[in-house]
Design a protein around this ligand. Structure first.
Ligand code: AMP
Length: 473
């Protein structure tokens, strides 16, 4: 299957060839022709499946077909024209043709960057992101260009809508990216308000890891006779990512093991996930002192600092990123070879999102969870959710002293980015004892079950997951 066969215009195909894309991914094969035909779509596919191009390519194709005359003047041109007529220039609201809603700023920027890549030969089409944390004058400047495509987080968009800066009466295409995440994050009222402000004639495409429950209900309300596309690709199951659990006795053991694993020769770049922002900062400081080039990324940082950190990661200047869930969502850096769960995530879905930061663009990855003995049940919940057993590994010289939560499957030996062993298959679990003699160093008190400063059991908002009250503004 080729991109030509999907019916895309030649300018877009040239951009894809230049970007090194040779063939459409499964979600693109199904979504692109249906979307070009103007159908509403409900797509269950995950990040890493090529979903951004699946909605953006057909949208660009349709927007490129609109006559320039019909596109009208930009607010800037309008203001110049009224000045020339000797009138006092009046502000004119931006009238985008396409809106993409995303749960996080990072994902919005990622979508905009990819859009710029795909539309490089379509000079008339501009895409801008409207995000919380971006200075207001800068956003007004962007809106004044009357971009065809707006990519936004719901909270900030509502602000602009309510102050009359954006008019959706000309909107033709609405995309909800990672809709399940947006609902998890409490954006449902904002989304409903935004959808209500758009014309009923719009085309709607909703992408989500799941189409069940609340997401499914909303999806049915906002689409018309949608085509349902469900992709169960190997990327969804993360078969290209080797997963491991390492049991640790206490915090000191965890830190020593992390330092050791970060020295893996096969490691190019890594993301280390923590439960709290404070831990992310502390670990980043500690790793820098230990000689790693590390940086923290979390929701307390200003947008500018977050962007700079992500740029440094993309350029390879930062080798190890220490991040919280919300901040790291949507990070797409193909050179990330390793993901570490310093703390396990509260929700099994977050585990899937976290490990998906590696194994991008068809590569392989390694995901290692450092688990306290008391967290065995947590691992089981993740295994039930992913329907994969996660093998337990032991590193010689770093064996846990306790054997209560008995390592199940040991996969000794090194891992290379070329490995592609996936998770354990059922039946691989074996209750073997850890090998090697336990070392007696680092008897570090009773931090078993430690979850970082400020941890409150069963509090889903312990991380920087935005709550309805403050959203991602
Ligand atoms: P996404 O699922 O949109 O986050 O995309 C995951 C990664 O795959 C991104 O780095 C894209 O640039 C890349 N990608 C998307 N479609 C293709 C394709 N057809 N061929 C190669 N890479 C792709």
């Amino acid at each position: 299957m080729t991109f030509e066969a999907l019916g895309l215009n030649t300018s877009i195909i040239k951009a894809l060839t230049d970007a090194g894309y040779t063939a459409p991914t499964p979600v693109q094969q199904q979504a692109v022709p249906a979307a070009i035909a103007g159908k509403d779509l409900l797509v269950s596919s995950q990040t890493g499946s090529g979903k951004t191009a699946a909605f953006m390519l057909p949208s660009l194709h349709r927007l490129a077909a609109i006559e320039p005359a019909a596109a009208g003047k930009t607010p800037n041109q309008e203001m110049q024209a009224s000045r020339a007529r000797g009138e006092r220039p009046r502000f004119k609201a931006a009238q985008p043709k396409m809106l993409v809603l995303t749960p996080t700023r990072e994902l919005a920027l990622q979508v905009t960057t990819n859009t710029d890549k795909y539309s490089v030969n379509l000079r008339r089409i501009k895409a801008v992101s409207i995000l919380g944390g971006m200075p207001y004058p800068k956003q007004m400047q962007l809106l004044a260009k009357n971009p065809e495509i707006l990519v936004a987080t719901p909270g900030r968009l509502i602000d602009h809508m309510e102050s009359g800066k954006i008019d959706f009466s000309q909107l033709e295409i609405l995309v909800l990216d990672e809709a399940d995440r947006m609902l998890d994050m409490g954006f449902i009222d904002d989304i409903e308000k935004i959808v209500e402000a758009t014309p009923a004639t719009r085309q709607t495409m909703l992408f989500s890891a799941t189409l069940d429950g609340v997401v499914g209900n909303m999806a049915r309300r906002i689409t018309k006779e949608p085509q349902i596309i469900q992709i169960v690709s190997s990327a969804n199951k993360h078969e290209n990512i080797t997963q491991r659990v390492h049991f640790v006795d206490d915090l000191s053991h965890k830190n020593r093991l992390l330092d050791h694993l970060l020295r893996d020769e096969a490691l190019d770049q890594a993301v280390v996930f923590t439960a709290t922002k404070r831990d992310a900062d502390t670990i980043a400081d500690r790793l820098n002192i230990a000689g790693f080039s590390a940086a923290a990324l979390h929701g307390d940082m200003h947008q500018g600092a977050r962007n700079r950190t992500l740029d440094s990661l993309r350029r390879g200047q930062v080798k190890i990123l220490i991040a919280t869930d919300v901040a790291a969502r949507g990070i797409d850096v193909p050179t990330i070879t390793h993901v570490f769960n310093y703390d396990l995530p509260k929700f099994p879905e977050d585990y899937v999102h976290r490990i998906g930061r590696t194994g991008r663009a068809g590569r392989n990855g390694l995901a290692i969870s450092l688990v306290n003995h008391a967290e065995g049940m947590h691992v089981k919940r993740i295994e039930r959710f992913t329907k994969q057993l996660i093998p337990v590994n032991v590193v010689e010289g770093y064996e846990p002293k306790k054997t209560g939560s008995a390592p199940r499957t040991s996969r000794p030996g090194g891992w290379k980015p070329g490995d592609n062993r996936g998770g354990a298959k059922p039946g691989q679990r074996s209750f073997s004892k850890p090998s090697g003699a336990p070392r007696r160093e680092g008897v570090g008190g009773s931090s078993e079950g430690y979850k970082g400063p400020g941890f409150k059991a069963n509090n889903p908002y312990n991380s920087d997951r935005p709550r309805r009250s403050y959203g991602d503004r």
